[in-house]
Design a protein around this ligand. Structure first.
Ligand code: PMP
Length: 410
């Protein structure tokens, strides 16, 4: 069970009563990034003030402390996603970086002309554009799995889209606008019968629902620290060891090589270090480890159950407001909506004046308009520190939404 009032005390932004326009902050932009608990700030601060030194390089005590913390964080994140071996986790700059690493480090070297990559119209740009480029470079084709009438991906539609040319299926486990959970277990089972590699964008799933890469037989999984209470600029690419052994680094440099000679002979370090060239984001890694431990202490199942309940509460209330148009009432992720007749950015400016942070626009999912037939939506995305009072405040402002100008200037 979630004790939301107690949890909010863990977050300095709530504890310190951060305000916008003289209103207590109602933070409903959790799909963009999440707020940070004190323990994550302390972990980062500890590195910056007590034991700063480089990682995996030094022979003195401080650097040993850093190495222990750095590898401890890798172990904490491994546990969080249920991987077998912490060497299967590569620290990256975030989901975007991780997905690019799979596209250019793995797919580029395995695809050939005529092969097919399956995506959906609901994918984030970070799980679309690297594939466009790799398709161009290899002559592979991009195909889209049909969304059903709600905007979800069904196993039937995945089955229909697979051909004997399909080599890669790249899907978000939960998309950032439509917010449905894909049947990942069934998708990997189906794909693996045909040796198709399944690349999962976990940016919006890992922070909210139980992830078990082994049980779900996921090949690659990308996610970001900042969407799960961790720092920005840090993320993970998980890959099955056999696939990582078959992947090339996309960056070369210090820290990733065991030996090289003037004639160009190079031997790389073992996995994951061969993929982590350059000084890593050490405070980010340590902060991410602390975030994984924090979420674990609350319980990801508790987080998910609470979010479902809160979302249901929000949808029931929003359905009673005629001027609200809902695009995904049955999903579990973000709430995608508009105030009828109000441009979404105008609506979000109005929300701002009441202390409410929501996102408006296309949310980096620019081809979703081909399905939704609207260019821009208001997206309210929840996390386990949101309350029913946050929802009530949000719904009250929605009611003012069509008097936008009056409400704004009145
Ligand atoms: N995929 C999805 C589904 C996302 O929501 C996001 C972030 N909005 C990303 C990928 C990219 O994450 P990041 O910006 O942290 O690299």
């Amino acid at each position: 069970m979630i004790d939301v009032e107690k949890i909010r005390q863990d977050f300095p932004m709530f504890k310190n009563h951060v305000k916008m326009h003289d209103h207590d902050l109602v933070y409903l932009d959790n799909n963009a990034t999440t707020l940070k608990p004190q323990c994550v700030a302390d972990a980062v601060y500890g590195y910056l003030t007590e034991y700063t030194s480089n990682a995996e390089r030094g022979d003195y005590d401080l650097s040993h402390i850093v190495d222990t913390k750095f590898e401890g964080a890798r172990e904490d994140v491994r546990r969080f996603i249920g991987a077998k071996d912490k060497r299967e986790l590569i620290f990256t700059a975030g989901s975007t970086d991780s997905l690019n690493m799979v596209a250019y480090g793995y797919a580029l070297h395995h695809l050939k002309e005529g092969d097919e990559i399956l995506l959906s119209l609901a994918e984030h740009a970070s799980n679309t554009l690297p594939w466009f480029d790799v398709a161009k470079m290899t002559g592979a084709k991009i195909k889209y799995i049909d969304l059903d009438e709600k905007g979800a991906i069904t196993i039937e539609n995945v089955k229909k889209a697979i051909t004997d040319k399909t080599k890669i299926i790249a899907l978000a486990i939960v998309t950032n606008v439509m917010g449905y959970v894909i049947p990942i277990h069934e998708i990997t089972a189906l794909a693996h019968k045909q040796n198709i590699v399944v690349v999962c964008d976990g940016a919006q799933s890992v922070p909210h629902i139980k992830t078990d890469v082994v049980a779900d037989d996921i090949d690659f999984l990308a996610f970001s620290g900042h969407k799960m209470c961790g720092p920005t600029g840090i993320g993970v690419l998980y890959g099955k060891m056999a696939l990582l052994e078959d992947m090339k680094p996309v960056r070369y440099g210090g820290g990733s090589n065991a030996r090289y000679e003037a004639d160009g002979e190079l031997s790389l370090k073992s996995i994951p270090y061969r993929f982590e060239s350059g000084t890593p984001n050490i405070e980010g890694v340590i902060g991410l480890g602390a975030a994984a431990c924090y979420l674990e202490s609350i319980g990801i199942e508790n987080i998910h159950a609470y979010e479902i309940e809160l979302r249901k509460y929000a949808i029931e209330k929003l359905k009673q407001v005629d001027k609200v148009e809902l695009y995904n009432p049955e999903a579990t992720g973000a709430i995608a909506m508009n105030i009828k007749g109000v441009f979404s950015q105008d609506a979000s400016s109005l929300f701002n004046t009441y202390g409410i942070a929501v996102r408006a626009g296309n949310h980096c999912a620019k081809i979703l308009k081909d399905f939704l037939h609207v260019n821009a939506t208001v997206r309210a995305s929840l996390y386990f520190y949101n309350t029913k009072e946050d929802i009530d405040t949000f719904v009250e402002v929605c009611k003012k939404g069509d008097d936008f100008l009056d409400a704004f200037f009145g």
